[in-house]
Design a protein. Structure first.
Length: 351
């Protein structure tokens, strides 16, 4: 602490500014910390934010706190109507990140002459909050997608159809909340335009839009996630490109592939083929019993896939299969909306 003069009125005003903004910064950090702890369950972020609070608390000197008794704050209690408009967790994260950043900037400026060490600390933490805010927002977005994966048992994969958009909208109207889009023929320009169209449709119905294989198109269309096969881009590199706001699903049908997918942080797994299927003619069905063995300890959502139709869903349910992925049954249906409604009812009815 340099040039300390507790009787100087100007110094006291500066101490009061620093005191108020240390309180603001620590309060905002506590909001972020509690969201990281209770909302996201992310221990490393809790520890990181808690450390920021402790550092600021350690530097919240007594002289700053005592300045409150010298000069009355005539603006105490002022609020703004924008504070009443925060209706989502994301808005709370952003507003409190902004609160911390602004408070730290004030501390940095006003402590520069009196307490250079505090000014330096405030500057360093402020820059870290910029990236922390993005991380928390991305994790919150991914958490929403994970909830949809957990709560919904029907996963629909597209096939190339002339009236594909119409089919997808009928499925969404029926209540399907997860759509994976697979590209067949056509140019990348066509694929992207189609992906954006489907993404906007899924957003309208509050449903997940997942791209098969193509990380570049997933990014360009702002898809909710990507699905990767064992011969596609590996999960670690896909995560580097997509970040943590997107979900990543993996196709797997053996212990090693499932173990690797879990270790590398996939959000869900597609397991199959359960039965013979025209979409994967070269793959031999792995069967009910094998899948039961593979999934007995899985603690993330998994979807059975391959040859699943309305006439074998009840059989799968009796064997403990709760979530299924369908392609041809709905893509080739004369009435996809009605078929989807029937399948959803079948999946939600208790045995």
């Amino acid at each position: 602490m340099q040039n300390f003069n507790p009787t100087n009125a100007e110094d006291l005003r500066i101490y009061q500014i620093i005191d108020a903004n240390l309180d603001r910064a620590r309060e905002g950090l506590r909001v972020l910390e509690d969201w990281a702890r209770f909302g996201l369950g992310k221990e490393k972020y809790v520890e990181r934010i808690k450390n920021f609070r402790q550092i600021l608390g350690k530097n919240h000197l007594e002289v700053y706190k005592l300045s409150r008794n010298h000069i009355e704050d005539k603006c105490k209690g002022l609020t703004h109507q924008e504070q009443l408009k925060r209706k989502s967790n994301e808005q709370i994260i952003s507003s409190n990140s902004g609160r911390v950043q602004e408070a730290l900037r004030v501390i940095e400026e006003f402590s520069r002459l009196h307490n250079h060490e505090l000014s330096k600390i405030a500057s360093e933490i402020r820059y870290e909050i910029y990236t922390l805010e993005i991380d928390l927002l991305c994790l919150s977005e991914c958490m929403k997608s994970e909830e949809i994966l957990k709560e919904n048992d029907l996963y629909v994969i597209t096939d190339q159809k002339e009236n594909l958009i119409e089919i997808i909208e009928n499925l969404l109207i029926a209540g399907v909340r997860i759509i994976q889009h697979r590209f067949k023929t056509g140019t990348d320009k066509d694929h992207l335009e189609e992906a954006i169209q489907i993404k906007n449709l899924c957003k309208r119905y509050d449903s997940l839009f997942i791209i098969n294989d193509r990380v570049d198109i997933a990014l360009a269309s702002n898809a909710d996630g990507i699905h990767l096969g064992q011969d596609d881009l590996d999960l670690k590199n896909a995560r580097k490109l997509l970040g943590y706001s997107k979900i990543i699903g993996i196709s797997a049908n053996n212990e090693i592939d499932i173990s690797n997918a879990l270790k590398n942080g996939c959000n869900y797994i597609g397991i199959g083929p359960v039965f013979e299927t025209v979409t994967k003619k070269d793959k031999k069905p792995i069967g009910i019993e094998k899948i039961k063995t593979l999934t007995k300890d899985l603690n993330i959502p998994w979807f059975a896939i391959g040859g699943i139709k309305t006439n074998n869903i009840s059989y799968l349910k009796r064997n403990g299969f709760k979530k299924v992925a369908l392609v041809s049954q709905l893509m080739n249906s004369e009435d996809p909306k009605e078929d989807a409604i029937m399948i959803l009812k079948e999946l939600t009815n208790e045995n």
